[in-house]
Each structure stands twice: as structure tokens, then as C-alpha cells.
Design a protein around this ligand. Structure first.
Ligand code: PLP
Length: 473
């Protein structure tokens, strides 16, 4: 019998209570403190159980108010798993894709924000960067940094991951890169050879598809649910049929779906990886945005040193820093060489400035604020869709409810083609990310990713209303 953890026991007890309507729809659930005292368990255990029920769409947390039972009528329909599994194939992306990708990469799904004052967190970061630049002495700028990157920054990253349950993490495991895209590119170069098959989530991040095309790797798309991520049974099935070399996954708040991979799926993925000698490339870029929880990385469970952990500050702090990192597992030495070949070195002053920002506690407090804002933006976007889109459209659209990340995944009626809506929206100055972008096999063409990275001012709300009309036409 598998061991039942405390959070699972609590989850079962809460589920039973919900079924018996001990807390009717709309009612507040017991506070975290009360549950800790009543059941003699830790705050983390209670939070874990509540977050799982939230992911199931049964309850919702409200800032500073607690957890509440969702009213059935209020709940937005969740997207379903729609992808089907096709045999591995080479990746060949059209020019239209390249065009949309280049516009959407900036995540400006709707019109850009007016330039305003930077947030206090960014001002503090800028101060650290200026200080680091000023403190560069003599001729150091005439020398390249070591390929692995600044030891201080790597030390801070190791501490950061210790807090997220990756206890055996060390500074020397990391190599600093020019963003997460660069990190994943190095990972795929290190563990694959031309023609190899790579499993990816479907829908999944289009940047990965671009890399597979560039490296002449073949792709197999594994259906992924917007709630639990990659379907492990489908992956197992694929592994029985084809010699898959690597698997790219985003266990924490994957884009576009916002899915959070449960523990059971993580364990299964690692045991499949061992059985079939798979390399796992973990894209951890959204984990720090988690509204209530920053889940442990998959890497924390990796006993076999086959999970390559990739991430960056692009989604949690600044896209413009172009600073990322890679923990290359058993491919570390190879990755260091590849970093040297592709980038020589990273900017020393940028690394040192960011290192100081983290060491000073600036990053942690920035994240705290950012998470609250993102969560508000998410709630507002769902509310605005319901309020401003034509009734029939908002009623039939299935909307994800991610607890992290920067975007919602919308599943429209099957006959919709969001790629053609893309052109119409563009004529009105609105950039959207059509679903077709998240697959190479023409799937998800009735879906759409909408960003909530920015707050909803009048201009953006107006654009969202116009978008509703375009989709409804
Ligand atoms: C899931 C995911 N991974 C990686 C990247 C690339 O990140 P970076 O800007 O750090 O290269 C992005 C950027 O959009 C992304 O959404």
C-alpha cells in the first residue's frame, strides 16, 4: 500500500465535507490556523491540501480572506484535454508562425502599457545593477567572466532552490545562461543528436518547437491537461512504441495551460525516465510566479541525475536582463563547453547586481508583491471576459484557472479558428497568441492564450472587448 501523506488525509476529509455540504457553496472554509490546531498539522500541510482542491476547481482563495467554496454557477468551465498523439515527425514551422512568435514572445498579448514609473522592486534592482557597474575596477571589463558564471549568483540560486526542496543543490551545479531559451537549447544540444525523438507537452511552449526545428530533432506531442500537465499514460504508451531520447516538461504552471503537475505524475515521469533512459529537460521558468505555492522542482526528486533544470528571471523579474541558468545534471561538463561556444561568457556586472538584489532580500519581496498583482490580474481578466464578451461566447468558452504563470488558456467552440482571428485582431492593433502555435500538428486551433502579465487599464480593457467581438464575428 502506498503511504498516505498528511495532506492527502486532510484533502480526503475536506472533500468529504464538501460533498456533504458541511461548508455550502460560497461559505468560508476553516482558516489555516484553525486546521493546524484542530488536526495538529503544519501550515504547509494545510496549504498543500487547499491548493489541490483549488486546482480541482472546488474552492478558491481570496487574498487576506481565506479559502471559500466555489458556487457551481460561478465556476468557469475548464478546458479539456484535446490533443491526440501522432507518430514522431520532423518540425517544420511556417513563416506565419515565425511572425506570430516574434510578436507574441514579448507577451504583449494586448496593446502595450504606457511607460510609467518602475515599481519599487525594479527601482531597487536598478540600484543594485548601477552599484555593480560602478564597482567594476580597472580593466576587469577587458576580460571575460568564467563560463559557469558568477559564483555569488550561483550560490544565491542554490540557496533559492534549497528553499524549494532541492536540498542537494550546489552552486557548482549551475551554469549561467542568456535566459531560459538559451538554457534549454544547451540542454537539447547536450543530450540529443540530429534525428532523435523528443517528447513535448501538447499544448506546449512554441519556443521548444523552434529549437527542435533548428536542431533537426523529431517531435512527439504528448497530450497535456490544463490541470495536471503531461499525461503520463500517454507518455508511457509512446515510450513503448518509439525510441524517445528526451522529454521537455514544465511541471510548474506550464505555458499555455498553466497546469501544475501533481506529485504522482512527477514520480511516474522519473521512473519512466529511468526505465527508458530518457533525459528530462525541466522548464521551471514560471515556478516563482506561483500565487500561493512555489512547487518543488522535479529536479528535487531526481535520484538518477537525469533532470536538466532550466530557468531564468524573465517571467519573475525582468525579461530584459537576459539572465538564466541551467543545472546540467550528468551533462554538466558538456553544457559548460557549449555555453563557451555559444556565448563565451555572461555579463559580470549584471550577474553581480542581481546577486546583490537577491542577497539583500529584494527578489523575495518583489516576488511577494508580484504574485498578488498577478493573481488580481488573473481574476480581473476572467471577470472582464464574462462581463465584456458577447454572452454566448463567454458562456461557451472554457477558461483555465491557473495558480501561477502569466496567461489563461481559452478553449472556444470547435468550429473557431483563432489563427484567422489573429489577422483580424492585428488590424485593430491587438496581438493575440492563437492556439495553433502550441503544436506542430494543427491541434488547438480553436484555442487561445491570453496574457494577464499586465494590469487592466482602460485601453487594455477596451482591446479585450474588441477581441470578444472579433472572436464572435
Ligand atoms: C515556458 C517558457 N520557457 C522559456 C521561455 C524563454 O525564456 P527566456 O526569456 O528566459 O529566454 C519562455 C518565454 O516566453 C517561456 O514562456
Amino acid at each position: 500500500m502506498p503511504r498516505e501523506y498528511r495532506y492527502q488525509k486532510l484533502e480526503k476529509w475536506l472533500l468529504k465535507g464538501l460533498q456533504e455540504q458541511r461548508w455550502p457553496p460560497g461559505e468560508r472554509l476553516p482558516s489555516i490556523r484553525d486546521l493546524c490546531e484542530q488536526q495538529q498539522i503544519s501550515k504547509a500541510t494545510v496549504l498543500h491540501a487547499y491548493q489541490r482542491l483549488e486546482a480541482l476547481g472546488l474552492i478558491e482563495s481570496r487574498p487576506k480572506a481565506g479559502y471559500f467554496v466555489l458556487k457551481p454557477g460561478k465556476e468557469t468551465p475548464k478546458p479539456r484535454t484535446t490533443a491526440t498523439m501522432l507518430p514522431p515527425r520532423p518540425v517544420s514551422l511556417s513563416d506565419v508562425f515565425a511572425d506570430i512568435m516574434s510578436r507574441s514572445a514579448a507577451f504583449d498579448i494586448l496593446p502595450d502599457l504606457q511607460a510609467g514609473e518602475p515599481s519599487p522592486g525594479i527601482t531597487a534592482l536598478n540600484r543594485c545593477l548601477s552599484r555593480a557597474l560602478r564597482s567594476q575596477r580597472g580593466d576587469r571589463s577587458q576580460y571575460y567572466d568564467q563560463p559557469a558564471g558568477d559564483p555569488g549568483l550561483r550560490e544565491q540560486l542554490a540557496l533559492h532552490y534549497h528553499r524549494r526542496g532541492y536540498y542537494h543543490c550546489k552552486a557548482e551545479h549551475f551554469c549561467i545562461t542568456s535566459g531560459c531559451q538559451h538554457a534549454m537549447f544547451l540542454a537539447l544540444m547536450a543530450c540529443c543528436q540530429r534525428g532523435d525523438i523528443v517528447a513535448v507537452e501538447s499544448p506546449g511552449f512554441y519556443g521548444v518547437l523552434q529549437m527542435l526545428e533548428q536542431l533537426e530533432l523529431r517531435v512527439i506531442e504528448i497530450p497535456s491537461s490544463p490541470v495536471h500537465g503531461m499525461d503520463m499514460d500517454a507518455l508511457e504508451n509512446a515510450l513503448k512504441q518509439w525510441p524517445i531520447r528526451a522529454c521537455v516538461v514544465s511541471p510548474a504552471y506550464a505555458t499555455p495551460s498553466g497546469a501544475l503537475m501533481p506529485d504522482s505524475a512527477r514520480k511516474k515521469l522519473l521512473s519512466l525516465a529511468e526505465e527508458h533512459d530518457l533525459a528530462i529537460v525541466e522548464d521551471d521558468i514560471y515556478a516563482d510566479t506561483g500565487f500561493v505555492q512555489q512547487p518543488d522542482p522535479l529536479k528535487a526528486l531526481d535520484q538518477d541525475n537525469r533532470v536538466i533544470l532550466c530557468s531564468s528571471f524573465s517571467k519573475s523579474l525582468s525579461r530584459d536582463l537576459r539572465l538564466g541558468w541551467i543545472d546540467g545534471a550528468r551533462w554538466h561538463a558538456r553544457i559548460l563547453r557549449l555555453k563557451l561556444v555559444t556565448q563565451l561568457a555572461s555579463s559580470r556586472y549584471l550577474q553581480q547586481g542581481v546577486c546583490e538584489f537577491i542577497r539583500d532580500g529584494g527578489y523575495r519581496s518583489y516576488l511577494k508583491r508580484q504574485r498578488l498583482e498577478l493573481r488580481n490580474n488573473r481574476d480581473q481578466l476572467i471577470h472582464l471576459i464574462q462581463q465584456h464578451w458577447p454572452k454566448q461566447l463567454s458562456k461557451t468558452t472554457r477558461i483555465s484557472q491557473p495558480n501561477g504563470g502569466l496567461a489563461l488558456w481559452l478553449e472556444l467552440d470547435n468550429h473557431q479558428d483563432t489563427l484567422s482571428c489573429y489577422q483580424q485582431a492585428l488590424q485593430q492593433g491587438i496581438v493575440i497568441t492563437p492556439g495553433a502555435l502550441f503544436s506542430v500538428s494543427g491541434q488547438h486551433s480553436h484555442c487561445l492564450r491570453l496574457s494577464f502579465a499586465h494590469h487592466w487599464d482602460d485601453k487594455r480593457t477596451q482591446a479585450l472587448t474588441q477581441l470578444g467581438q472579433v472572436l464572435n464575428a
